[in-house]
Design a protein around this ligand. Sequence first.
Ligand SMILES: O=C1O[C@H](COP(=O)(O)O)[C@@H](O)[C@H](O)[C@H]1O
Length: 270
Amino acid sequence: MARYLDCKEKGEVRIFEDTDELATDLADYVADLSELAVKEKGTFAIALSGGSLIGLMSKLCEAPYDKTVDWGKWHVFWADERVVAKTHPESNYRLAKEGLLSKVPVVPGHLHSINDSLSAEEAADDYKFAVRQLVRTRIVSVSDTSDCPKFDLVLLGLGSDGHVASLFPNHPALDEKDEWVSYLTDSPEPPPERITFTLPVINAAANVAVVATGAGKAKAVHLAVDGPSQTDNFQQPPPARMIQPALGRLVWFLDTSAASKLDSYEVTSE
Ligand SMILES: O=C1O[C@H](COP(=O)(O)O)[C@@H](O)[C@H](O)[C@H]1O
């Protein structure tokens, strides 16, 4: 049975007994947002991350979602990508293609992956240009408060160091205020070359979900949701704590292990 915790500042926190229950709720959540966006504007612009998130989305390939989701209206982006060939084992595109996108009828031309023949810097510029074209043609909405794209949903994983997308603790990419896409050549986790949506873009989304499972993520979840204490001595809040959609809705999907160090929420329903 899932527990739902609510906090005005840090969004809704959903805690599940196991990853199977989490995956079922996550599939419902994505399918509902897809239906709403398609009804309202004719497309669903979703940004995926890599890592364990993709395995947790696998129920979307199964009944009823394989038939009920309007896959033809999906436009898929990557919140972060490793600057490697699309066939490389570290490619987030490859992970999503193999684990999800090759199993559902998404239109191949609606998969907005990076140009993997460019350098990290060029790939970031190129991706920003590609997103800009899709904002111009209204495939992706525009934020009500800035010139940023407003994705219908940005799905994020969470690193045990608190990173989201490829926004790592104390990295200068976290300070980016103007660019939509940043590049890294010094990622603390391999591979070193990556591109990532910046905080202004993630925080302009209509919906952001952070998905984390396992005890290895518990400290990062606590620091992101409850916030660091003074004794934690952080130069800067962990990246996941900086996910604060301006007008959008933030939902955390956690299993009990990842939620086990949370301290500051009151259970509102069961
Ligand atoms: O490097 C990355 O890590 C995060 C977290 O991955 P996980 O396997 O620990 O869930 C992921 O969200 C991000 O997209 C990826 O590039």
